[in-house]
Ligand binder design. Structure first.
Ligand SMILES: [Zn+2]
Ligand SMILES: [Zn+2]
Length: 148
């Protein structure tokens, strides 16, 4: 089995993923920009392939999803829809093994900070295109709305 293990900045949270997908997706929505500080990228992993140890805290960033971080050092760990079988969207930067993974998709490209126009051949979707395919995100009405 192909496992990768990552850790937060202070080392108190450890995450191991079995057979990771080996690619990343980036999101430029306003929530991801605020949370990441600029550029957000993650990769999906089924819950039964993820093992987590350490002090994790979750923030309910919208009606749909939580964003998790290390209680001690604040490192971003994942974003995940609030249901038991929802996949994790894990932060690649905490895993040494993710360094050479390609970017597969990029969403909310029309909202990207201009400094982060990502080159290469990958799927791109504007906020309107993404919302049309994922109408559930239109329910998000919290203080950090994706379309503000
Ligand atoms: Zn930490
Ligand atoms: Zn986003």
């Amino acid at each position: 089995m192909n496992d990768i293990t990552g850790k937060c900045l202070c080392g108190s949270v450890t995450i191991t993923v079995s057979d990771p997908v080996g690619w990343l997706g980036a999101c430029h929505c306003r929530m991801c920009q605020r949370w990441s500080g600029g550029l957000w990228a993650g990769f999906p992993a089924d819950p039964d392939t993820v093992r987590i140890t350490g002090p994790v805290q979750s923030y309910p960033s919208s009606k749909l999803a939580d964003r998790a971080f290390c209680q001690t050092c604040g490192t971003q760990l994942w974003m995940r829809d609030r249901s038991d079988d929802a996949p994790y969207d894990l932060m690649p930067g905490i895993f040494d093994g993710a360094q050479d993974w390609p970017l597969k998709s990029e969403i909310y490209v029309d909202q990207a900070l201009h400094a982060f126009s990502l080159s290469g051949v990958h799927k791109r979707a504007s906020s309107a295109e993404y919302r049309e395919k994922n109408p559930e995100v239109n329910q998000i009405t919290d203080g950090a709305r994706q379309n503000d």
